[in-house]
Design a protein around this ligand. Sequence first.
Ligand code: CA
Length: 226
Amino acid sequence: MSEARGLVMVVEDEPHIAELERDYLRAAGYGVHVESDGRAALDAVGRLSPVLIVLDVGLPGIDGVELCRRLRARDDWTPLVFVTARDDEVDRVLGLEVGGDDYITKPFSPRELVARVGSVLRRHHGPSTPSTLSLGGVRLDRDSRRVEADGRPVELTPTEFGLLAELIGHPGRVFTRPQLLASVWGQADYGQHRTVDVHVAQLRAKLGPACPIRTVHGIGYRADER
Ligand code: CA
């Protein structure tokens, strides 16, 4: 499994547009989960923890603006790129009291959509992320892709590297397995929690006593000082 750029949720009720968005985002390295109904999407966001949502405004069930409001009301700040079809939708989205991060107007080029998604994610994660991370006895450099455990160089696969960077990049934060599947593997949670457990076990074996990853029983994993 190659290193993914995270799971993007596409919420779009027109199948051909959803397909186009999915194909281009996948080609750009994202995992993609598609929902076509606002209410179902609201449930799926909680379950799958996408790194970003591409959200059509005109949806059956509840519309995109309302969906955004409900997410923010439950303190979910997943970045959003709205897709609007008409000027009056642009006005509602630009009211931005609803808390969208960007918008794009139909018809749009799929390349432009991919560029917007990339720039919103960079704004959320990019510039503030230092290239060198260290926690406990582990040092990790994102640029050179080097990892050391208690001063000893360690070889990691790209997935192990991504998992370690995600965990030690947020010390003390508890991640659920679905959150890690979304951010590290770019996969929606279809129950493959064992994948996460196997990779954590591999990291522990390779990093030895320096490994800062703790099991949080019944929830997931967290990285901490020893
Ligand atoms: Ca629509």
